[in-house]
Design a protein around this ligand. Structure first.
Ligand code: ADP
Ligand code: MG
Length: 340
C-alpha cells in the first residue's frame, strides 16, 4: 500500500553547535543549531545558518539563541522551534498530506531522564510520531564503522561545541562514559578573552571561532603543518579605534592549552576507570576522535604523545553521529541500544 505509506523517516544529530539530518540516505540538512525569534510575536524569524548570521547582531525586536548552549537543552521552547524549522527544510515531495514522522535522534550519553524526556517532547511537538533515541557515542561508533556488537572494547572521544563525551563501547552497549562540559565553545571563549587581554582587540564569538579554525592548534610546534598568521580586524577595547592584528598559531596554542589539558585529563581518567580486558583492546585498536573539535590541528598528535595509545581521527568527524543515527534508522529492529 505504497500510496498510503506516508511515513517519513529521518535521522538527526541534535548537536550543541550543529544539527544534521539524514533523509533518504542523504545528508539533507546541515545547519548551525541557532534559532532567531521575534520577541513581540514569539514567532520564528530564521533558523540555522541565517539565524547564526543574526547572532550578536540582533536588536530589541529579534533575538537569536543557541537552544543547546551548554551541552543540554537550555531553552526548551527555542529548541522545539529550531527542530521544527530544520525538519521543515527536509523536502519530501509529499505536499498533500502531513506525513507521520519516524525519527532517530542522537542524544548526549550523560543525559538525565529529564533531559531525554525533553528531547523526546521536542521531537513529538515537532511532529515526531515514532521517536527513538540513541546515545551519541554509540551513534558515532556506528557511523565510524566500528563493529559495536563485537566483544571488543573501543573508545570514542567526541569533542563537540558544548561537551566532550568519552565512552567505552563493547557488546552493543556503553560500558563507561565520561562527559565534561568542556569542548569547542570553551576553546573559542579562551581565544576571545586572549584577544581582548593580550591584543586589546574586541572580537565576537564568531570571529574567535574563525581564528580557531584558521590558526587554532593544540601544539606550539606544528613544524611543516604550520598555518599562516591570521589577520584579525576589530575595535580597540579601550579607544574603539579600528585595529589590525596578525595572530600566529603558537600564541593560540598557548592560550587554549589549559582547556586542552582538561580534555586530556578527562581521557586519562576514563582510561583509568576502564576494566583491564577492555583497556587492552583500546591499546590495540586505538582511540577514535570525532566531533568538530577533532579537527583542531595537532590534537591527535598531542594526545598520542601524552597517552601513548594510537589516536585515529574519524573520516568526517562532523558527521559521524548523524551517519550512525542513519544506520540505526535502517536497523530499528536489530539494534538493541535504541531507546523508545
Ligand atoms: P556538536 O555536536 O556539539 O553540535 P560539532 O561536532 O558539530 O558539535 O562540533 C562543533 C565544534 O567544532 C565547534 O566548537 C566548532 O568551533 C568546532 N570546530 C569545527 N571545525 C573546527 C576546526 N577546523 N578546528 C577546530 N575546531 C573546529
Ligand atoms: Mg555532536
Amino acid at each position: 500500500m505504497g500510496f498510503f505509506n506516508l511515513t517519513k523517516e529521518i535521522a538527526m544529530d541534535l548537536g550543541t553547535a550543529n544539527t544534521v539530518i539524514i533523509y533518504d540516505d542523504k545528508i539533507v540538512v546541515d545547519q548551525p543549531s541557532y534559532v532567531a525569534i521575534n520577541r513581540d510575536t514569539n514567532q520564528m524569524e530564521a533558523v540555522g545558518e541565517k539565524a547564526k548570521e543574526m547572532y550578536e547582531k540582533t536588536n530589541e525586536r529579534i533575538k537569536s539563541v543557541r537552544p543547546l548552549r551548554d551541552g543540554v537543552i537550555a531553552d526548551f521552547s527555542a529548541c522545539e522551534m529550531m527542530m521544527r524549522g530544520l525538519i521543515k527544510m527536509v523536502q519530501t515531495g509529499h505536499h498533500l498530506f502531513s506525513p507521520s514522522l519516524r525519527m532517530v535522534i542522537g542524544v548526549p550519553s550523560g543525559s538525565t531522564e529529564v533531559e531525554l524526556r525533553a528531547v523526546r517532547d521536542s521531537a513529538e511537538h515537532a511532529d515526531g510520531r515514532d521517536v527513538y533515541l540513541i546515545f551519541e557515542p554509540m551513534a558515532a561508533a556506528v557511523g565510524i564503522g566500528i563493529d559495536v556488537e563485537a566483544a571488543q572494547g573501543n573508545m570514542i572521544v567526541d569533542i563537540g561545541g558544548g561537551s566532550t563525551e568519552i565512552a567505552v563501547i563493547s557488546l552493543g552497549g556503553i560500558v563507561s562514559n565520561n562527559s565534561i562540559r568542556v569542548a569547542g565553545d570553551e576553546i573559542t571563549a579562551d581565544i576571545q578573552n586572549y584577544m581582548s587581554q593580550q591584543h586589546n582587540v574586541k572580537v565576537s564569538e564568531r570571529m574567535a571561532e574563525r581564528i580557531k579554525k584558521n590558526v587554532g592548534s593544540a601544539l606550539t610546534d606544528l613544524s611543516d603543518e604550520a598555518p599562516e598568521d591570521y589577520i584579525v580586524c576589530g575595535p580597540n577595547r579601550v579607544s574603539a579605534l579600528p585595529m589590525r592584528v596578525p595572530v600566529c598559531y603558537q600564541e593560540i596554542a598557548k592560550c587554549i592549552d589549559g582547556t586542552i589539558r582538561k580534555i586530556e585529563d578527562a581521557v586519562l581518567s576514563a582510561l583509568e576507570n576502564t576494566p583491564p580486558e577492555l583497556y587492552a583492546d583500546i591499546v590495540e585498536n586505538g582511540i577514535y576522535l570525532t566531533g568538530g573539535g577533532a579537527l583542531l590541528r595537532g590534537l591527535d598528535k598531542r594526545l598520542q604523545t601524552k597517552i601513548g595509545i594510537p589516536i585515529h581521527i574519524a573520516d568526517d568527524p562532523l558527521h559521524s553521529v548523524v551517519k550512525g543515527t542513519g544506520i540505526a534508522l535502517k536497523n530499528i529492529g536489530r539494534f538493541s541500544f535504541l531507546m523508545r
